[in-house]
Structure formats: C-alpha cells, structure tokens
Design a protein around this ligand. Structure first.
Ligand code: COA
Length: 256
C-alpha cells in the first residue's frame, strides 16, 4: 500500500501504522485521515492486531491540522467533525480487530482523540497528552468530549478540557488514560509483545469482546444483552470447538 502521509508495515498478522508527517508533528490533515481510513479498512481483513504510532521521537499526533480548518464556516466545521468521526474515530473504535495506540510523544487534540478511539494505549515516558481546543476557540470534535470522561471520569475530563493543559505520561497512567509507560525505545517492543499475546487467542472471540465492551458505552443499547448474544454466538464458531477441544486434550489451541 502506497500512501503520502502514513507508513504501513506488516509482520505476519501484526500491522504497524505510522503517521508520517514529522515536520508537522504528524498533524491530521484531510489526506491523512482518508489514508488512515483506507489502511484500517484493508488491515481489518488482512491482519489480526494493529499498532498505531507517530513518526519521529517528538509526537504521536499534535492534533488536527489547524492550517486546514482556520477559515471554515459553521457548516464546514460540523462536516469536518462528522466525517472525521465516521471514517476514522468511530471506525477505529468499532474495528473488529484490536488497535493499540503507541503514544510516542505529543498526543494533542485529534491525536489524543485517535489514541482514545483505539482499544487501549501505551505511552513513552516523554509523551504529553491534552485536549487544547478551547485555547483555539473551538472544542474537541473527534469524540474527545465523550471518550475522555469515559476513560478518566467526568471531573478530570472537565479540568483537562477547560484548562487546555497537558498531562505527563505518568499522570495519564495514574488517571487510567494509558495502561503502561515505558522508555521510548521500549514502546514498540512492549506493544508488539502485547499484540503477540492477544494473537495467541481466538480472533473471533476478540472481535466479540470489542463489540460487547463497546456496547457498554452506547446509548440505548443494553450491553448485558449484547454480551449474552455474543457469548451465545461463540458456541457456533470453529474457534470455540478448537479452544475447548484443545483444553480437554491438554494441548495448545490452533485457531484459524
Ligand atoms: N496543526 C498544524 N500544524 C501543526 C500542528 C497542528 N495541530 N501542531 C504542530 N504543527 C506544526 C507547526 O506549525 C510547525 O510547523 P512549521 O515548522 O511549518 O511552522 C511544526 O508542526 C512544529 O511545531 P512547533 O509548534 O514549532 O513545535 P514546538 O515544539 O514548538 O511545539 C506543540 C509543539 C505541540 C506544543 C505545538 O506544535 C502546538 O501547540 N501544536 C498545536 C497543538 C494543538 O492545539 N492541537 C489541537 C488542534 S485542534
């Protein structure tokens, strides 16, 4: 796959997407968002786990590209948020394979929103996270006002968004926004280790887990019912037959 602003690398079933605009601190312009959509769509069918990171040592993503929307109208602003949420942020959240955000530096605005749309986050010790939109006279538009309170609770989210401040990787870990903090050179190795651990399990079951956990955060959806349905459907899969048979035969499962 050839893209202008992203790199896609595949090691068997593990894919690494690197947002590659280091001179702009990997800011998300329209082209990058569209390319990410294409890459995620392709990899959903051709990989088992995706790691997303930023190129260089300074930034994961320093936000949406401010130069692109500075002169937008009300309608264009709404369309920017609507389309971005549809093709990238909600798309990533609802992908049927896990997405791990390897936050290797600044994750601001749309950058933090992309990390939050991913299924979980690991940060390098130099990472800094924030939603600085109100300092620009705008609000987070790629799901930040919704996903941040889900991850760090309402009071901390309000403070972070209202102050437009940045928190350190360690604070992010204390707040539950990232699962681990490691030195930068250990970031991708740790994410790959976690990905490999995930890939030993049934990818069909993992996809059902994503649906069920996400249901907890949807309005007008009873997550317990989604879990019951997904649990039931597991019993009809080859992975379930293989997983339970392997256990009873005292061997490792060989999932499809
Ligand atoms: N959109 C567009 N360009 C951006 C950008 C963004 N969100 N973030 C950084 N850049 C560009 C800068 O304009 C600069 O480009 P230039 O060299 O052509 O002038 C380049 O990336 C490097 O950024 P710079 O500001 O010089 O780096 P720094 O180390 O001094 O500061 C930040 C780093 C992250 C603190 C600063 O770039 C920043 O505040 N970025 C905007 C963050 C933001 O508000 N994001 C939310 C957007 S809704």
């Amino acid at each position: 796959m050839n893209f202008e602003n992203i790199l896609v690398e595949q090691k068997d079933n593990l894919a690494i997407i690197t947002i590659n605009r280091p001179s702009k601190l990997n800011a998300l312009n329209k082209t990058t968002i569209e390319e990410l959509h294409e890459a995620f769509k392709y990899l959903e069918e051709n990989a088992k786990v995706i790691i997303i990171t930023g190129s260089g040592e300074k930034a994961f993503v320093a936000g949406a590209d401010i130069s692109e929307f500075a002169d937008y109208s009300i309608e264009e602003g709404a369309e920017l948020a609507r389309k971005g949420q549809e093709i990238l942020f909600n798309f990533v959240q609802n992908l049927s394979i896990p997405v791990i955000a390897a936050v290797n530096g600044f994750a601001l605005g749309g950058g933090l929103e992309l990390a939050m749309a991913s299924h979980f986050r690991v940060a390098s010790s130099n990472a800094k996270m924030g939603l600085p939109e109100v300092s620009l006279g705008v609000i987070p538009g790629y799901g930040g006002t919704q996903r941040l309170p889900q991850l760090v609770r309402k009071g901390k989210a309000m403070e972070m968004i209202m102050t437009a401040g940045m928190i350190s990787a360690e604070e992010a870990k204390d707040w539950g926004l990232v699962n681990y903090v490691v030195e930068q050179e250990e970031l991708l190795p740790l994410c790959e280790k976690l990905a490999n651990k995930i890939m030993r399990n049934s990818s069909v079951a993992i996809s059902a887990v994503i649906k069920s956990v996400n249901a907890n955060f949807e309005t007008n959806v009873n997550g317990f019912n989604v879990e019951i349905e997904q649990f039931g459907e597991s019993f009809g899969t080859n992975d379930f037959k293989e997983g339970t048979t392997a256990f009873l035969e005292k061997r490792k499962p060989n999932f499809e």
